[in-house]
Design a protein around this ligand. Sequence first.
Ligand SMILES: NC(=O)c1ccc[n+]([C@@H]2O[C@H](COP(=O)([O-])OP(=O)(O)OC[C@H]3O[C@@H](n4cnc5c(N)ncnc54)[C@H](OP(=O)(O)O)[C@@H]3O)[C@@H](O)[C@H]2O)c1
Length: 273
Amino acid sequence: MEQVLKFLRTIDRVIITGGSSGIGKSFIELMSKIEPSLQICNLSRSESERFLDWPQLTHFACDLSRPEALEGVVPDVLKWLERTGSGRILLINNSGYGLYGQFTEIDREAQLNMMDLNVRAVVDLTHRLLPALQASGGHVLNVASIAGHQPTPYLGVYGATKAFVLQWSLAMGVEHAGRGVGFTVLCPGPTESQFFQRAGFDQPPVPGMGHSAEFVVNRALQGVARGRAVVTTGWMNRLTTAFSRRLPLSWQAAISGAVMRRMRLEQKQGSSS
Ligand SMILES: NC(=O)c1ccc[n+]([C@@H]2O[C@H](COP(=O)([O-])OP(=O)(O)OC[C@H]3O[C@@H](n4cnc5c(N)ncnc54)[C@H](OP(=O)(O)O)[C@@H]3O)[C@@H](O)[C@H]2O)c1
């Protein structure tokens, strides 16, 4: 925690997406607890009631899956940056969701919307804000998933969006090395949040195996403070992704397909009983 406090003391402003619930909300809660002087700006469609009277938190309502809405909110964020001084900036690209099921059974528009939020918005927002980060110095924390480490049948589009975030973030880290802006990509496993409900699960697929959002955020901030390029949360997730990486991609797909198919069957049985 000492290291996280030291890191957060080097940061003055935080721009986060998806701070209204789950992991994003926990980021805001934990960072404000550790360093109450941080100015935080949240971009999401709704605002958490928890933060309504927090003077250090500014909320801009925005549907980031709509490119024109993102473009429209950026001037507000830049004005907020002007108002809040010239200190270092932490950008956390966290908004995202998954959709679970057979590819052809999931609504086409919904899958394209997910790609727009999980991929397009991350690249677009980072590109628009990087000049400010480069001017003040800072760090970008991108939230991917362990699903980005291998092909994920039945979460195929979601896993591919997170593979994009993982690879792109690592590439950005190398491109920007020594230029005042660091990059870290966070790969959580199953985490308690609204994620599974929105993804189409009746209940979290691995009850008892997931982490709390607080745990994930703690590990993420520790990783950023240590200058890690990738943070995979929890030893079990690190072990399974390390094991999976040693297998040919086609094997990874087959094994992950068998696991996901089983979840799908269990979900179906669960919902019919
Ligand atoms: N929970 C897990 O098991 C898990 C595992 C690995 C990775 N992740 C990743 O962690 C990130 C956070 O998810 P979570 O688990 O905290 O789920 P969550 O509780 O559902 O939170 C998702 C956040 O994204 C925001 N969001 C959704 N659609 C948006 C849109 N169109 N425009 C702007 N913001 C939008 C939501 O805010 P509004 O609804 O107010 O817009 C909410 O704040 C996601 O990128 C997810 O892929 C989650």
